[in-house]
Design a protein. Structure first.
Length: 49
């Protein structure tokens, strides 16, 4: 949790709020890839990339 606090403090001080959507999309793609690793959905995920 300290990483999130430090990241938020950095974005607040440096006015880098445009990083929020970038970070969220990276997390979302990571979760999708991890969940689709061994499932039948994997071929459909690969077509997105």
């Amino acid at each position: 949790m300290s990483i999130l606090k430090e990241l938020w403090a950095y974005m607040k001080v440096r006015k880098k709020f445009w990083l929020i959507p970038v970070i969220l999309m990276m997390l979302l793609l990571g979760v999708i890839i991890v969940l689709a690793e061994g499932s039948a959905v994997a071929p459909f995920i690969y077509t997105l990339f």
